[in-house]
Design a protein around this ligand. Structure first.
Ligand code: S3P
Length: 429
């Protein structure tokens, strides 16, 4: 689907409520499915990725049903899954989170399973989870480190693992495996990645201890408890950037998850001198949320984004590139090489497409440099590379291009944020 976007001649105004967090929605279904008891998950994501997880657990025999448009009731299996068939193929669609986290659950079961994915997911690296799982005693065959993954379920044992990557997917996979493994599992990472697994494990009564970048888990059965899911800061980021760069904008984004391991975008906006206010901070189901007021800022300045910043805003980097194009000076992003392993090579594809509309951006091995301020002209078609976050970042850039732009493959926004356009319409006049 080709989508055309025109310059937003008028400021963005009003109020929107940001839909459910993708990372937490995945975890809520997975963890309730393996918990003891019944629960209701409120504000479940309508994105295709989270529905891949939901479908997968239904095929694993879990009783999950919608009780209204956004709420589901889950009856947990009490620790061990009892699948309908003992050797089944489960399709994870486009979702890396589904494949990597579910591998940690299935590796320790007493049945065999195969995990498959679409073309993009089949190209993404899985060695990062296969290697530590094998150290725990798992039996997994892959296509040279890629899906499909054939998992021969086995009893696992705890390990002491030091990860080179700060990846929440790797961490969560190992913690899920550790939940059923014999003994203690310790996981260390170089920088703290998103900690929704740790938060939800604590909320559901797991035997888990956390100290900065080190987590220890001992065998436990999770206790089902109702979960209310925060709004997704990664989705809100598109609106934050749009509000900062579309002249005269001033609006409120409600229910945004502001977990510090995800809130790097807020720090960056502050560092760049952007006008952002955090209102009414509160907690739901072990997570911090708030409403966010965003206002157009005409004196944004560049900044350097690296090291510990990266896992806290990894998914926001494409739209941060758009923001940097409107900031005075050179914004440098480094230590973000893993961006090349996302739904697309997000460094190469982002740079190639933004150059077309006049962003002064240069690729580096582990990031990019943007020199602002540029006037963006448009009048061309940008490729989404089947990547939802690129499609939405280009939409935001389109709002300030002098001429109309077209985005090819805009339907991929459905992966995480089907409500994206509808919400933009609410604040556009
Ligand atoms: C996610 C972790 C991040 C992020 C992805 C969702 C998660 O990936 O990019 O969109 O839910 O754990 P990595 O763990 O590969 O950094």
């Amino acid at each position: 689907m080709i989508k055309t976007i025109k310059n937003s001649k008028t400021p963005l105004k009003g109020e929107i409520t940001i839909p459910s967090d993708k990372s937490i929605s995945h975890r809520a279904v997975m963890f309730s499915s393996i918990s003891q008891g019944e629960c209701i998950i409120k504000n479940f994501s309508s994105g295709a990725d989270c529905h891949s997880t939901l479908k997968l657990f239904k095929s694993l025999g879990i009783n999950i049903r919608f009780i209204d448009k956004k709420s589901i009731k889950v009856k947990g299996c009490g620790g061990r899954l009892k699948p309908l068939s003992k050797n089944s193929i489960y399709n994870c669609g486009n979702s890396g989170t589904t494949m990597r986290l579910v591998s940690g659950i299935l590796a320790g079961e007493n049945f065999d399973s195969v995990l498959t994915g679409d073309e993009s997911l089949s190209k993404r690296p899985m060695k990062r989870i296969i290697d530590p799982l094998i150290l725990m005693g798992a039996d997994i065959c892959s296509d040279n480190g890629h899906a499909p993954l054939s998992i021969h379920g086995k009893r696992l044992h705890g390990i002491n693992y030091c990860s080179k990557l700060a990846s929440a997917q790797v961490k969560s996979c190992i913690l899920l495996a550790g939940l059923k493994a014999d003994g203690t599992t310790t996981f260390k990472e170089p920088y703290l990645s998103r900690n929704h697994t740790e938060n939800l494990f604590k909320y559901l009564g797991a035997n888990i201890e956390t100290h900065d970048c080190k987590i220890t888990i001992r065998p436990s059965i999770l206790e089902a408890k109702d979960i209310d899911i925060a709004g997704d800061i990664s989705s809100a980021a598109f609106f934050m950037v749009a509000g900062l760069i579309v002249k005269g904008s001033d609006f409120i984004i409600k229910n945004v998850g502001i977990n510090p391991t995800r809130a790097g975008i807020i720090d960056i906006i502050n560092r760049m001198g952007g006008n952002i206010e955090i209102l009414n901070p509160r907690h739901i189901s072990g997570e911090e949320i708030a409403d966010v007021r965003i206002q157009y800022t005409d004196n944004l300045k560049s900044c350097i984004i690296k090291g510990a910043d990266i896992p806290r805003l990894i998914d926001e980097l494409p739209v941060i590139a758009v923001l940097a194009s409107q900031a005075e000076g050179e914004t440098i992003v480094k230590d973000a090489g893993d961006l090349r392993n996302k739904e697309s090579d997000r460094i190469k594809c982002l740079v190639k497409e933004l150059l077309k509309i006049g962003v002064d951006i240069e690729e580096s091995e582990d990031g990019f440099t943007v020199r602002g301020k540029s006037e963006l002209f448009g009048n061309n078609t940008l490729e989404s590379y089947h990547d939802h976050r690129l499609a939405m970042s280009f939409y935001v850039a389109g709002l300030i291009c002098k001429n109309e732009i077209a985005i090819n493959g805009f339907e991929w926004t459905k992966i995480s944020f089907p409500e994206f356009e509808e919400l933009f319409a609410l604040i556009s006049q």
